[in-house]
Design a protein around this ligand. Structure first.
Ligand code: THU
Length: 135
């Protein structure tokens, strides 16, 4: 599974996003260490606070299937109706959820408007993070 294939899966599941309030559609494809893929889209709610991001949908789907070993996630986002997706870094809540299940070298793969791919480790996007070791 290469980056392009993972991004393709994220784009595909983005089509299922339910975002009638922001009209910002996001898709994520999570790769496990065993090579399985769990996908997720954002799902919004009229009460706003129950909205969930694509990344957490994918991670929670995986964890609910007893999968907790993750290698990478691809994320794509963009306004509904726009012909291109744009660079969509994960929100702080999703970074903290990644911290719960993923190691420092977990890869976060993002695609910009012109198809340029950016790759970050979880440590880069969430340095000095709070985790179970502190409890
Ligand atoms: N969103 C995601 O799904 N993932 C991100 O990384 C950033 C934001 C969603 C949440 C909300 O439904 C919409 O995008 C606008 O913030």
């Amino acid at each position: 599974m290469n980056n392009k294939e993972l991004i393709y899966k994220a784009k595909k599941v983005r089509e299922n996003a339910y975002a009638p309030y922001s009209n910002f559609l996001v898709g994520a494809a999570l790769l496990t260490k065993a090579g399985e893929i769990y996908t997720g889209c954002n799902i919004e709610n009229a009460a706003y606070s129950p909205c969930v991001c694509a990344e957490r949908t994918a991670i929670f789907k995986a964890v609910s299937e007893q999968e907790k070993e993750f290698k990478a996630i691809a994320i794509v986002g963009g306004k509904e109706g726009a012909d291109k997706t744009s660079f969509c870094p994960p929100c702080g809540v999703c970074r903290q959820v990644m911290r719960e299940f993923c190691q420092d070298d977990f890869l976060i793969i993002l695609e910009g408007e012109e198809g340029a791919i950016k790759e970050y480790t979880l440590k880069e996007l969430l340095p000095e993070s709070f985790k179970a070791d502190y409890l």
